[in-house]
Design a binder for this molecule. Structure first.
Ligand code: G1P
Length: 292
């Protein structure tokens, strides 16, 4: 294993250019990543996870109609002044804190050509380095950030690492599905993978979830711009080819995942997390009780 493989993972890409059609009409004007999950936007959960995992540079691969993400993480002078003048110090500090969270760079993905293309747009910032990818629709809650679980495996074994979850057969067509062999508790070596297969084509029962530590060797593969499922440049297809020459590990992550990429999943996540919040639990229970 060469020294480069052990270098720290400090950069993390966030592909956020997606149109969010599942949330129309809301996403006609609002980035889906800005929808609230209890008390803050969905995107902030992923950013907090990346920072807690030791990544210091956040690179958002963004697109049209996503300005609200940039504005959210930017300073907001008028609001800050107003809150200060009104003696709302706690709110003031919270607002300032958001803009101080991280160094964030923004790159435009000019055409919606798929997740693989979005990752390729981050190449100028990650050349020659292993880097993280967070798909913010997948929100993880647990004691150890999922990105740091992946980085730990990368530090120990080198190579590319993806998060895995076993999914019911009926759900395979929503994910990248892997064929793998277990190498130690919770860690798989990935041998093959297929993006959004039918039940019959699925090579296994573990799905890739939205966290990756990627080798920079993925960039030349993505740059070939081969089209895959849905006529898009798929990250899964590039990883499948990468696995022929470099190790690709899967980590069956510890923690809970909320799929905030669909209206139902997003609603369920809000209800569940509100139930776990001491201030909000009663609100949810009262509403449910009153409606029975
Ligand atoms: C993407 C990936 C897929 C992965 C999924 C996890 O799909 O392409 O391999 O399983 O995220 O959420 P998307 O949800 O963008 O269609």
């Amino acid at each position: 294993m060469c020294g480069r493989e052990k270098a720290k993972v400090t950069k993390c890409l966030f592909p956020v250019a997606g149109l969010g059609t599942r949330f129309l009409p809301v996403t006609k004007e609002i980035a889906k990543e800005m929808l609230p999950l209890v008390n803050r936007p969905i995107i902030s959960y992923g950013v907090e996870e990346a920072l807690a995992s030791g990544c210091s540079d956040i690179i958002m691969i963004t697109g049209r109609a996503k300005r609200s993400i940039e504005d959210y993480f930017d300073r907001s002078f008028e609001l800050e002044q107003l809150l200060k003048a009104r003696g709302k110090d706690e709110l003031h500090d919270m607002v300032v804190g958001i803009s101080n969270l991280a160094e964030i760079l923004y790159v435009r993905q000019r055409e919606p050509l798929g997740l693989g293309h979005a990752v390729l747009c981050g190449e100028p910032f990650c050349r020659g380095e292993y880097f993280g990818v967070v798909l913010p629709d997948d929100v993880f809650v647990g004691d150890v950030p999922v990105m740091s679980q992946l980085i730990d495996v990368h530090d120990r074994l080198g190579g590319t690492v993806v998060a895995l979850e076993r999914v019911p057969r009926g759900d395979v067509s929503r994910y990248g599905i892997v064929r793998s062999e277990v190498v130690e508790g919770g860690i798989h070596r990935i041998l093959d993978m297929v993006e959004k297969p039918s039940v019959d084509e699925a090579p296994g029962e573990y799905a890739i979830m939205g966290r990756y530590v990627l080798s920079p060797s993925v960039f030349p593969l993505l740059a070939e711009r081969r089209l895959g499922a849905g006529g898009e440049i798929q990250l899964t297809d590039a990883l499948r080819r990468l696995a022929e020459t470099e190790p690709v590990w899967g980590v069956v992550y510890q923690g809970r995942r909320f799929d905030c990429g669909t209206q139902k999943g997003w609603l369920a996540a809000n209800v569940q997390l509100a139930l776990e919040d001491p201030d909000l639990r009663k609100v949810v229970l009262d509403v449910v009780k009153a409606s029975q």
